[in-house]
Design a protein around this ligand. Sequence first.
Ligand code: ADP
Ligand code: ZN
Length: 291
Amino acid sequence: MLYGTLEAGGTKMVTGLINEKGEVLERASFPTETPEKTMPVLIDWFKERKPDALGIGTFGPADLDETSPTYGYITSTPKLDWRDYNLLGAFKEALGIPIGFDTDVNAAALGEATFGCMKGLSDGIYITIGTGVGVGVLTNGKLLHGMLHPEAGHILLRQNPIDRFEGNCPYHRNCFEGLAAGPAIEKRYGKSAKELKDIPEVWELEAEYISQALVNYIMILSPKKIVLGGGVMHQEQLFPLVRKKTLDLLNRYINTKEIADIDNYIVPASLNDNQGILGCARLAELALNAR
Ligand code: ADP
Ligand code: ZN
């Protein structure tokens, strides 16, 4: 079997070809322009390679409800050209193969659950902290969709009084994403996040916001593991800070074996930034099996 994968992002579209063993045979990246310009390029790429099924992990919000008339559409994205665009339908019509469709972060969570550090777990979350913040939730062995899909990057946090940054989420200003995604760090300090590597207070504050969010996720979702990925989490010094602050905020209220082993509870993504593409391959496989 050959699986096509598409990680559909607001700035780039990454296509991939993966075999049954989870080996990445090929990968390509195309800028996200308008659907009229970008879609034919993507469709041709897959047509040439003839995968048996396709898995799409998309930016959102997207309609994941299979009973909805707009299932497979990108919905209220700020990327106006893609608003109300039938992404799944366009590929279905052009390729005529089974297609699995989910959000980018849900795909990454599925990648970690199938091939990575959440393998064998029924419940866990994958969080990406990059250009935005997104959370993919695995619950009872399935990806959580609910009414739409979780948008847990936009939860509201308590802002530290020393932090005068107004927050840069266009919808909520100082939500988690507005305070702690890469662009928020860069706007607050006027430098790229990489250049701030050696300034401890930057990462103390960042870890505080991440920890507040993790405590909320722990209380609501009861995950057995928390995986953190995305560009910002390449700052590895964040991990010990986040673990300690999360424990401080939990204040011994939750006493499970998982929390007792915090170094194996809050962990970095384990698949070398391939968690998204591998999750898309699994979405493709599931779509093929469901046929
Ligand atoms: P995307 O979210 O667009 O898929 P990334 O996860 O790489 O892509 O996120 C990009 C953001 O992550 C940038 O805005 C930048 O601020 C931040 N970033 C990227 N690399 C690093 C790094 N090594 N250290 C800190 N921040 C980084
Ligand atoms: Zn927000």
